[in-house]
Design a protein around this ligand. Structure first.
Ligand SMILES: [Ca+2]
Ligand SMILES: [Ca+2]
Length: 198
């Protein structure tokens, strides 16, 4: 009987830990991780990967919470958002672009955004979903990288964020699907920044 209970608990635990290891919790108020400006992150093509667990009651945020941004209040290379009502994932590059996806409160999602010259491919949980019809803006330089907020001050994310990976390369569908559940060493080819929040 003891053995049965132990196996059951391990199974439940395995299910809830979709992303590797510990994650960082953001309160939706003023929590943000700010990485001071680094020109190495001011690429035009590349890949942004992240695990997120959005956790606000639909429609209550009053804004579209952002999980990552390279921008300040008025100069945006990019910020990526989950819409307040969980219906879209959005890119703000000075203009706002939406991609429909039915997110749910309290669920883990692996997001991969492959940044191209005029579009942004969206992968969710390792599967290609389609493309946002816009690229990031490459005009602005000198901004910080913000995790859990668009500009470091507002549109704060409520929920958990983990495994932030920024690549100078456009990761393939196979690479995205294969590595999303595996922690990186940190010296992988093309990896510009890696935050595992363990
Ligand atoms: Ca982690
Ligand atoms: Ca706080």
């Amino acid at each position: 009987m003891k053995t049965t209970i132990l196996i059951f608990l391990l199974f439940i635990s395995g299910l809830s830990m979709a992303q590797p290891g510990n994650a960082l919790n953001f309160d939706g108020g003023n929590d943000v991780v700010v990485v001071p400006n680094n020109p190495i992150l001011e690429f035009s093509n590349g890949t942004i990967e992240v695990w997120i667990k959005p956790d606000w009651v639909s429609g209550t945020a009053g804004y579209n919470p952002s999980f990552i941004g390279l921008r300040d209040g008025s100069h945006s290379r990019f910020s990526f958002h989950i819409k307040n009502d969980y219906s879209t994932i959005d890119l703000y590059n000075g203009g706002a672009y939406s991609f429909s996806y039915p997110f749910s409160q309290g669920e883990w999602y692996h997001i991969a955004l492959v940044l191209k010259n005029s579009s942004t491919d969206v992968y969710i949980n390792g599967l290609y979903q389609g493309a946002i019809g816009a690229s990031i803006s490459t005009f602005w330089t000198g901004q910080n990288l913000n995790i859990g907020s668009s500009n470091g001050l507002t549109e704060n994310f409520k929920g958990e964020i983990d495994e932030v990976r920024i690549w100078s390369s456009q990761r393939t569908a196979c690479e995205i699907a294969s590595y999303r559940n595996i922690e990186l060493v940190g010296n992988e080819t093309g990896l510009l920044a890696y935050y595992n929040f363990n």
